[in-house]
Design a protein around this ligand. Structure first.
Ligand SMILES: Cc1cc2nc3c(=O)[nH]c(=O)nc-3n(C[C@H](O)[C@H](O)[C@H](O)COP(=O)(O)OP(=O)(O)OC[C@H]3O[C@@H](n4cnc5c(N)ncnc54)[C@H](O)[C@@H]3O)c2cc1C
Length: 399
């Protein structure tokens, strides 16, 4: 590939999963990247993440698969159970079956481990400059570029860029303040997250992803940290009346909420002393993501319910497509418009699939009887095949 290096860098706002991957993809496309992160330290935000082959295909393109596999676990199956009586409803095969079907694994890992692997890759790229503790104070689009004002604890500086990417998460300032887009919408659901040492839970639970379906709530668990820790997420329909959007949870209230669930899973839920509670918010994916030389990526563009385990995966896919359309682009606004055009239908469809799962997972009796009957009658192969359109995605630029 022979094209000249653009004189101005791309500014990427936010060094989360999407921003870090976008920086790698843009650097590979020949750009210098100014990656600006609000926090002073990339801390251990979040907990577990399931990372499906569609996302891992992008990261494998940077040679990151071995590092991720070393920190992840690879459950053999998703075991779906009824929270009414604890009975098995279905098993979706993963492990070697997913590897064979998609040519890539389906991994589960801690978000901090994924961020660390991405950060190491970013720090070895001479084209990427990461600044922590950086705030975007002002942005102006001129006819030929972006003029941004960046403040850190020590300075306020001007940054000239050829494009600005808002990868600043669900409460994106770039979306709301710069692009005058909507606020994130609270979904009426919350997530409670906790981690435990693997030694505290039955061995059987460390080999699978568990999915328990109950009325107006469900529970997901899987191993993380190379199988040394166990990640537990309870998702509940309820209001959010706290000021912020994540806070230490009321453990006793949570346990009362699950009091009529099977003893086997209640015993595990009682183990963590600390649970964190998150407001689950969404951003409609069908609103504009690109305006001139500014574009949104990841949760900033299309935050979705975690009911398809695809939020981070979509951010990673976005980054791959962004890098591809920007490579050698003579007309950056046109490239960003193409990025929106290529990504929006898929992100919208995946967001809708997550919303549909929200309804199906939380059905109350008697509607849940029909759901359970269908699940019990579905072959494992059929259940996995239904995910092909998500897991089988490969970007033409990264395949
Ligand atoms: C309970 C739960 C379970 C989930 N499970 C899964 C799963 O299994 N699989 C999956 O793929 N996804 C999952 N997700 C979704 C996933 O966590 C998100 O979709 C993903 O982290 C979004 O990445 P992002 O880079 O867009 O945003 P974030 O990861 O939120 O990163 C945004 C970054 O921008 C920074 N920032 C914010 N504002 C500014 C600013 N003004 N200036 C500079 N920096 C700023 C933030 O500090 C942060 O570092 C889950 C989410 C939840 C809540």
């Amino acid at each position: 590939m022979t094209h000249s290096i653009p004189a101005l860098p791309v500014a990427v706002i936010g060094a989360g999963i999407g921003g870090l991957t976008a920086a790698l993809c843009l650097a590979r496309a020949g750009y210098r990247v100014e990656l600006l992160e609000r926090t002073e330290r990339l801390a251990e935000v979040g907990a577990g993440l399931q990372l499906s082959p569609n996302a891992l295909g992008v990261l494998a393109g940077f040679g990151l698969l071995p590092a991720l596999e070393a920190k992840a676990a690879e459950p053999a199956t998703v075991r779906i159970r009824s929270a009414r009586n604890g009975r098995d409803l279905a098993r979706v095969p993963l492990g070697p079956v997913a590897r064979e079907r998609y040519g890539l694994p389906y991994l589960v890992l801690h978000r901090a481990d994924l961020q660390k692997v991405l950060l190491e890759a970013v720090s070895t790229s001479p084209a990427i400059t990461l600044t922590l503790g950086a705030m975007l104070a002002d942005v102006v689009q001129t006819g030929t570029g972006i003029e941004a004002q960046i403040t850190t604890a020590n300075e306020s500086r001007k940054l000239s860029a050829c494009a600005l990417i808002g990868a600043d998460g669900v409460r994106s300032e770039v979306r709301q303040r710069v692009m005058r887009g909507p606020e994130a919408r609270f979904s009426g659901r919350t997530a409670y997250r906790a981690t435990l040492p693997a030694s505290a839970v039955p061995d059987e639970l460390m080999t699978e992803t568990g999915l328990w379906l109950g009325p107006k709530a469900h529970l997901v668990h899987y191993p993380v940290r190379s199988g040394r820790e166990f990640n537990l997420v309870a998702l509940v329909e309820e209001n959010w009346d706290a000021e912020g959007w994540s806070e230490p949870a009321d453990r006793d209230a949570l346990l009362r909420r699950f009091a009529d669930w099977p003893a086997e899973i209640r015993a595990v839920m009682q183990l963590p002393d600390v649970w964190l509670r998150w407001a689950l918010c969404a951003v409609d994916a069908d609103r504009p993501w690109a305006k001139g030389r500014i574009a949104l990526l990841g949760d900033a563009a299309h935050a979705m319910l975690p009911f398809a385990a695809q939020g981070a995966a979509m951010a990673i896919e976005d980054a791959a497509v962004l890098g591809r359309v920007m490579q050698g682009a003579k007309d950056i606004p046109a490239a960003l418009a193409a990025y929106q055009q290529q990504r929006q239908p898929r992100a919208t469809q995946v967001q809708q699939a997550a919303s549909t799962n929200a309804t199906i997972y939380h059905m109350a009796w008697p509607a849940s009887l029909a759901r359970d009957t269908v699940l019990r009658a579905s072959s494992p192969e059929r259940l996995l095949r239904r995910m092909d359109w998500i897991y089988g995605w490969r970007d033409s630029g990264t395949a």
